[in-house]
Design a protein around this ligand. Sequence first.
Ligand code: C2O
Ligand code: CU
Length: 550
Amino acid sequence: MSLTRREFLRFGGMAGFALHLPGGWNERIVPCPSIAGPEGHAIGLSVRVRANPQALDPAKLEPFADALPLPPILRSNALRASPEDPSRKVPFYRIEMREVLVKLHRDLPPTRQWGYAGMVPGPTFETRSGNGLLVEWANRLPAQHFLPIDHRLHGAGLDQPEVRTVVHLHGGRTPPSSDGYPEDWYPPGRATTSFYPNRQDAATLWYHDHAMGINRLNIYAGLSGLFIIRDQFEDRLQIPRGRHEIPLMIFDRMLDTHGQLLYPVSDNPQSPWVADFFGNVMMVNGKVVPYLEVEPRKYRFRILNGSNSRLYQLLLANGMPMMQIGTDQGLLPAPVELRRLAIAPAERADLVVDFAGHQGEQIVLKDDAVNVMQFRVSRTKVLDASHLPRYLRPVPRLSEASAVRTRVLTLDEYDDLSGKTILMLLNGTYWHQPITEKPRINTTEIWNFVNLTDEIHPIHLHLVRFQVLDRRVFERFEYQRTRNLRYLGPLTPPEPQEMGWKDTVRVQPHTVTRVIVRFEGYKGRYVWHCHNLEHEDNEMMRPYEVIEPA
Ligand code: C2O
Ligand code: CU
């Protein structure tokens, strides 16, 4: 891969790139928060977004007009034989994916979306560690997609049905046949049943679509919901629960003046794919910038970044601290005090926020300067029996010496001569090429993600949980020429809030990010990919296979 004009320009920190939207446009510069320097500092890049005359100006929508909706918790009213042991019965659920019209804001007409059980986000699953369950996922969507498919992308050709879905449980230790392999999609009128054994620690998981080549559009349309696993360990802690435990699924959208979802397209009608999506309307649990009434006491918030590309920098506008207690795969060893939470697509963060002493205040949760939602603290004092312990759950560090193999895997971006990104790859390989990552079951490996691009890529592995080892800035141009890794700085240890079990890691630009992974659970074919959905859909995804022991 050689240095392209765009990379050259971007490396100088001077360039923008154009994101074209349909219609006639006025140009406007908006900051692009997911592009950041090696230490996570913005390097002065911006995306040039052409303002669509049909696009709704979010400033016209009154913030905090709607109450935060809480997705309903699913109840199963049927039992079926467990696929692992037919003498045992497990809960059975049936979920239909349907087109729905939903009011996203008090002053907007209903918006067409696609939701699990007709809701966006979908209803929340709740189960306990080790309690398996079965879900029949029925595709009852229309035959036509309402968002711009790029038929040039792999798996999205004109010879394929327009509407295809397959569900993946993100963060689940799931057998391969139920994991939602991107090519295991099915069209409207069909259904498939998945078995989730849930043999894993308490954590906030995420079910979402994973269909090859149109995943970004399906999730943008609304196919996304939470799946919570609890366990005894967590039960024993006196952290807030019940109505004081609130999920916050955050994502950004772009709307037209009729309140309908807009998804940008490139200036090439043959290839409408765009390299990133940044919306200007912030949504929490499917409502535009809502409010939540809280009592002056501690709350637990389970935050999921369900956006296509946007990395958030969340903070409370009054400067109040947030205590992070959990990450992707469950509790941290100890709470971490934060004033600002960086959270990339697909990452989860469990926070405890104490509103005691803030009676009557209105506290805004922001992404930098942008309103995300508001907490309205009631005036009456309440008794708070919850307790935030000093230590939460031991997370023993995996020893590097236990790794049987180290892999070096590049993250690559390819631009055309005009500087427009046309392709993203993992380790220079396309999706359809033979499987190259074949870890043996019950072995540990170290994966080095070598980021040759200017962007953060949230890298996710299915099936497993891992630990972040460290990050290190390297000389990219030398690496591109000679494959020699020359480091330019010291090893940076993981951030304190990355000391828990993870399944998605932020790979900073121009750094090598190392993770240590034990491949446990099931043999078979899975995927690893960038969770920037635009990247994932354009080749930044690879199969991998867990194989039998030596
Ligand atoms: Cu959120 Cu391949 O998954
Ligand atoms: Cu990416």
